[in-house]
Ligand binder design. Sequence first.
Ligand SMILES: NC(=O)c1ccc[n+]([C@@H]2O[C@H](COP(=O)([O-])OP(=O)(O)OC[C@H]3O[C@@H](n4cnc5c(N)ncnc54)[C@H](OP(=O)(O)O)[C@@H]3O)[C@@H](O)[C@H]2O)c1
Length: 232
Amino acid sequence: MSGLPTALITGGTSGIGLALAHRLAGTHDLFLTGRGERTGLPKDAGFIKADLSMPGEAADRIEAALRQADVGALSKLVLNAGTGTYAAVGAEDAAMIRRTLDVNLAASVLLAHRLAPFLEAGGGRLVLIGSVAYKGSGNMPAYAASKAGLAGLARSLRAEWSGRIGVQIIHPGPTRTPMHEKAGYVPGRLERLFFPADAMADEIARLMETDRPRATVMIGARLRRLLSGKAS
Ligand SMILES: NC(=O)c1ccc[n+]([C@@H]2O[C@H](COP(=O)([O-])OP(=O)(O)OC[C@H]3O[C@@H](n4cnc5c(N)ncnc54)[C@H](OP(=O)(O)O)[C@@H]3O)[C@@H](O)[C@H]2O)c1
């Protein structure tokens, strides 16, 4: 450990989480979680293998890995891992619904609780990565419900942890990552309108430096970036 503040990002092996890991790499000691694939991670980032579709076991593994690395305090806990299926109501079977709710919501509730002492010790902040879908999204019912659940979790923890641990929820708009293909969604030409993952990570990193308890990254952020001469 270098003595920098420590950040842990779930789902730090792909898409937004991986891009955010690269943003934070110079300023934080990093721990990234994922299920297995780990190419292109920032040098020196610790990797913790944990399948969040088994939330209890995953929380045990993650906490044990931090303790084994002698980490007692976290500056940032970014609960970013997410999954979903693009399917109409009724087209998902119970196992698919269960997996989405476990990875996106149940694991977040458990990890927030389990790692709260680390955040408190580090004067740290919990950052939940939600989605604009939390307001409802056709053909992603379980996913949208899981993200609405995260918004409720953020409100609950803010009340419970007031004055002890910061809680922020950031809702990204559509972003170019492997998630869409994994979910079975083909955006086609619409994908050109999506945020590049690097640009979304820039916006999330910027918001993480603010006191905003909740924020949405949508077209307004895109326009601001264009007007300030940034490429996306
Ligand atoms: N892309 C968008 O348009 C968009 C929009 C709004 C919100 N979001 C949210 O942003 C977050 C990141 O999504 P992304 O677009 O970057 O997706 P992504 O590229 O598919 O990355 C998802 C990450 O979550 C991890 N993950 C998925 N299932 C897991 C499981 N069972 N156990 C452990 N880790 C698991 C993946 O790790 P493995 O590869 O090892 O499974 C991966 O690192 C998600 O919460 C997503 O809902 C995305």
